[in-house]
Structures are given as C-alpha cells and as structure tokens.
Design a protein around this ligand. Structure first.
Ligand SMILES: Cc1cc2nc3c(=O)[nH]c(=O)nc-3n(C[C@H](O)[C@H](O)[C@H](O)COP(=O)(O)OP(=O)(O)OC[C@H]3O[C@@H](n4cnc5c(N)ncnc54)[C@H](O)[C@@H]3O)c2cc1C
Length: 506
C-alpha cells in the first residue's frame, strides 16, 4: 500500500458482508476499491470459529448468496469448513483477491470535512477513501467476562471463537462457560474425549432438534442441471421463516406451542427430572435465539458431564466457583460467552465530522438510519448495523438488502457529481429508530422475560430487526435523499494534491 493512496471505496472486513460488498461494487462497475481485512484470510465468522462441531443454524441453501448459489452443499446444515470453503470460492470466482489487503487491521479512521473523505490508518499503512463500507461483523470480537482469579488460573483458557487446536482436550477436566449457540455445539463434540465436563449455565437455552442430513447425489445433480430447483428450495426455506416472523414480533403467546415441542424434545433425551428442571428455561421461547441440536441434551446425560445451573463467579487456582457456591476443579476453561455486539470495538476507531468517535456518539445506544448510516459520519455505511439482526432466518438476506442500499447510495453520489458526501440527518435517524423501537415493544425479544445479548446496557434492543426480511428489503431498496444532508467540497479542494495530505495520527 502506498502511503497516501486514495480509493473511491474502502470496505472493512472480508466475511459475508465485506465479500458481498466487493462483488456488488464490481457489478456496479466500480473497481477503485480495497477490502481491508485484519486477518490473513477471508471468511470472517466462518474463518474464526473453527471450534469442534461449529455449524450453521440456517440451511445452506438459504445461508448463501442469492447471486452465488452452490448446488453442491453436502448437508442441509453445513459445517464451518464448508461455509469457509464457499467464501474462499466466492473470493476466487468473483476475482476479489486483488482488492483484498490482508493483515490490514483498521486502527483508526477520521472524516476530513474539508476534503470530504475518510483518512484511514491500518496495520499495513494509510490511505483515504471517499466512502467506507464497514463490514466488521457483529459477532467478530470475542467477549470474555471479568472473572476474579482468571488471570492466575494455571490451566488453559480460550474463547470458542479462538479455538486452540494445538491444545488437546483428550482426558482433560474441562469447564464450558456459557450455553449459547456455540456452547451447545461444542459440548457434544468434546464430551466423548474429555475426562470431565462441567457446564456453567447461567440461563438454559430453548433447544429444538436439528433435522440435518446429507444432501443426496441425485438432489445435487438436480440442483446443478436445473438451477430453478435450488431456487425453489431456497424460496421454500425463506417463505417458512417469513411466516414465522409474526409470532416473534406480534403474537409471542402463540409460541407456547413451540415451547411444548421443545419440552417434549428435552423429555425424550433427559430422563432425570432433576437435570430436566435445571435445563428448563423460565422465559418465553424465542426471547433468546432458539438453538438447534439433536446431540446437546443426550451429551448432558453422560456420566462425565455435570451441569452447574449457575454462572461462574470466581476462580481459585484450578478451582472454579459458581455463584451458587458449587465448585469444580478443571484443567481448561472454554468460554462460550459471546461477542462485543452492542459495543463493537470498531466504533471506538471511527472519528466523525465533529471529532467524536462513533462509540461516543452511540454512548446511549447504537442508532443508525436503515441499519446503515449514522448522523455525523458522512459516506460511512455499516453492513449488519443496528437493528438488522434476525432471530430466525438467514443474515445473508439482510446483508444483500444492505448491499442494494449501498449500491443506490453510490449511484446517488454519482448523480450529485463533483466531490459530494451524504450525511444522515439526525431527524431521519431518530424517526427511523422511533419506528423500529415502537415495533419492538410487542416482540418476544422485549417481552419474553429473558436477558439476552440483543439488549444493550440500557436494556434497549438495538440489534434485532422487528419485521420480515422482505420489509427490510423494501425499506433499503432506495436511498431517500431527503433523509440526508448533501455536503460539497469547495471547488478548489477538488484538485488538491493528495500526496501532501498529512498522515492520520492515532
Ligand atoms: C459461530 C457462529 C454461528 C453463526 N451462525 C449463524 C447462522 O446460523 N445464521 C445466521 O444468519 N448467522 C449466523 N451467524 C452470524 C454471522 O456472524 C453472520 O451470519 C455473518 O457471517 C456475518 O458476516 P459479516 O461479514 O458481517 O461479519 P464477519 O463474518 O464477522 O466478518 C467480519 C470481518 O471483519 C474483520 N474485521 C473486524 N474488525 C476489523 C478491523 N478493525 N480491521 C480490519 N478487519 C476487521 C474480521 O476479521 C472479519 O473477517 C453466526 C455467527 C457465529 C459466530
């Protein structure tokens, strides 16, 4: 990277969001862009989460790009290695690699109000860009809780998203902290090999069976020869999930029927009433993500597993002490404790028009316009921004809607001509968020009686989209210029010599 390189668009991240943005930019005829990635390979979530048992909870024919169908998915729910391979394939087929700068973590970026561009400092050098597409992912920075004594634990410690494959768990006494989507995949995968597994469960999840099977040769042949069959399959998977949304958003009581199914699922696997009592949630199903596993409950009944129905409170040497006072001596601790979702680290590194960081601007909660733009941060858009998460369907649908919005945003800038930038009007941001939060009030995520990572520190749900994916698609089809202030650089600045710009300082 040359020291003062300038590009039209800088994309941050090379997961589904960043790669999808790159494909869309090329399709829009834009080739003057870079993808800045802190790691040394593509894949995002599906590169970082390589823990045993890691797999997707959404069928692969829906959890993939509509513009890059894969007739060869081996299973209905693919594992991490297949999804990662798919993203590598996307990077190759769409010729994205020349645009990607690996080992280029974005350290800081600041809006230059004179030049109307972002000055970006990365681990591999500095550059500037007219527009930044931030696709750093909501589940990309692991969160490990502050547990007294953790720093002096003499054994091995790692997070599910940073699995240490050099450390062999065979015959070890292991503590699994957390019972979220990753933990319930890890537990059955490691249970057969460890000497003992103590599961620290603060809140039990609702778990439904996972109907996973190999996709047969004839099915794959059909999808390859007659692509509309794969499209029909995707359409069916999507339609079923769209129909479910009403129950989550408007009629949470209708989910009682699903709770009965989930309890039946548990009762079939767990015969011990005391263990069943520990594993039975006391909140409405759907309030936290409904987890899918046919192996989790059976694994918990094995003699080498102990479920502690309490959070981890402190660590004394090798001894882990739960909030209820129970103790377990272990050799290794695996944290399945989630990610920094409502306090994303990238927000601390983005400095807007008034010199404030995005984190400062979002100190009372994340807010954006249509999940993309933030007031005071011109020409900056985020993929999977505030209130774009889903409780029951594929995030790829939301990402693709955001890419439509991004493409129209860039077209609007072209139409404006010259050096122009768009800054979301605070009134438009507030109006959008009022509508989102009004709709949120009745949803199961807000009324279901649970504490979840969907909520921020102030108890506001700033992560989930309270509607169908088609509603979001409609809302992001076009950029409404009335929702933005158009900024223009003075004509003389247009010809400014970029090579003389000062470097961004941290
Ligand atoms: C274990 C797991 C299972 C999941 N299962 C499902 C599922 O079943 N269904 C579903 O819809 N979603 C699921 N998700 C959510 C998943 O995160 C999204 O579906 C999607 O993959 C997000 O893509 P992304 O590109 O936005 O983010 P990511 O895939 O997280 O990619 C972000 C990229 O940005 C890079 N990055 C971050 N910060 C910087 C920086 N400062 N500078 C440069 N690069 C940076 C990261 O290294 C990473 O490569 C799951 C997530 C996890 C962790």
């Amino acid at each position: 990277m040359t020291e003062y390189e300038h590009v039209r668009v800088a994309v941050i991240g090379s997961g589904f969001g960043g790669l999808g943005a790159a494909v869309r930019l090329r399709r829009e005829g834009i080739t003057d862009f870079v993808v800045l990635e802190r790691a040394s390979g593509v894949g995002g979530t599906w590169r970082d989460n390589s823990y045993p048992g890691c797999a997707c909870d959404v069928p692969s024919h829906l959890y993939s790009f509509s513009f890059a169908p894969n007739p060869d998915w081996p299973r209905t729910f693919s594992g991490q290695e297949h999804i990662r391979a798919y993203l590598e394939h996307v990077a190759d087929v769409f010729r994205l690699r020349p645009h990607i700068r690996f080992d280029s973590e974005v350290k800081r970026m600041a809006w230059d109000p004179e030049q109307l561009r972002w000055d970006i400092e990365t681990a591999s050098g500095s550059l500037s860009a007219d527009v930044v597409i931030s696709a750093t992912g909501p589940l990309s920075d692991p969160k490990i809780p502050e547990i007294p004594g953790l720093e002096s634990f003499p054994g091995k410690v790692f997070h599910s998203a940073r699995w240490d494959h050099d450390y062999d768990l065979t015959g070890k006494r292991v503590a699994m902290v957390g019972t979220g989507a990753s933990a319930i995949q890890i537990v059955p995968a490691i249970q057969p090999k460890v000497a003992g597994l103590t599961l620290f469960q603060r809140t039990p999840p609702w778990v439904m069976p996972r109907i996973d099977r190999a996709i047969s040769g004839p099915e794959r042949w059909l999808h390859k020869r007659l692509p509309f069959t794969a499209q029909a399959r995707r359409g069916l998977l999507w339609g079923i999930r769209e129909l479910q949304v009403q129950a989550f958003t408007k009629h949470p009581n209708e989910l009682g029927f699903v709770e009965r199914l989930a309890k039946g699922n548990m009762a079939r696997a767990v015969k011990d009433p005391a263990l069943r009592a520990k594993l039975t949630p006391d909140y409405r199903i759907g309030c936290k993500r409904i987890l899918l596993s046919s192996e989790y409950y059976p694994a918990l009944t094995r003699p080498n597993v102990d479920v502690v129905a309490s959070g981890l409170r402190e660590i004394r040497g090798n001894t882990l002490v739960a909030a209820d006072g129970s103790e377990a001596e272990v050799d290794a601790i695996v944290f399945g404790t989630g990610f920094r979702v409502t306090d994303m680290p990238i927000a601390e590194r983005v400095v807007g028009a008034d010199g404030r960081t995005l984190a400062e601007s979002w100190k009372d909660g994340m807010e954006s316009l249509r999940g993309a733009s933030a007031a005071g941060f011109p020409n900056w858009m985020t993929i999977i921004g505030p209130n774009t998460g889903l409780g029951n369907s594929s995030m790829i649908l939301m990402i693709e809607s955001q890419l439509n919005y991004m493409a129209d945003y860039l077209r609007q800038l072209d139409v404006l001509g010259g050096r122009a930038a768009l800054d979301a009007r605070p009134s438009a941001v507030h109006a959008w968020n009022r509508r989102v939060q009004d709709r949120m009030r009745r949803t199961v995520w807000n009324t279901g009686g649970c504490t979840s990572w969907y909520m921020d520190a102030s108890g506001r749900n700033t992560t989930i989209w309270p509607g169908t994916t088609s509603e979001f698609r409609r809302a992001t089809r076009r950029v409404d210029l009335a929702e933005y202030e158009v900024l223009r650089a003075p004509a003389t600045e247009e010809t400014a010599d970029r090579a003389e710009r000062p470097e961004v300082t941290a």
